[in-house]
Design a protein around this ligand. Structure first.
Ligand code: SF4
Ligand code: SF4
Length: 78
């Protein structure tokens, strides 16, 4: 099985969501300190909305840490 990521470029970093891993639990939305994550029209593994981030993202990596399904990958810009 191939996991295709949606790569979103923000001023502070590159934020990738793997919708095929996201089960839509909303934990990342809850824990993001800058409220940069919202529900997406792209569906996740169970046909529920996955998530996406906006340019309020500071690339802190908390969403990546809290996601139980490793559906988010964050890379801070140098
Ligand atoms: S990296 Fe930090 S600021 Fe960016 S979306 Fe994740 S929790 Fe929010
Ligand atoms: S924490 Fe992970 S599984 Fe839950 S909504 Fe966010 S990306 Fe999806």
């Amino acid at each position: 099985m191939e996991f295709k990521g949606r790569v979103l470029e923000h001023p502070k970093g590159t934020w990738t969501i793997y919708p095929s891993l996201c089960k839509g639990c909303g934990l990342c939305i809850e824990k993001c300190p800058t409220k940069a994550i919202t529900w997406s029209e792209v569906l996740g593994v169970y046909g529920t909305p996955s998530v996406e981030s906006n340019n309020k993202c500071i690339a802190c990596g908390i969403c990546q840490m809290v996601c139980p399904d490793c559906a988010i990958y964050v890379e801070k810009k140098k």
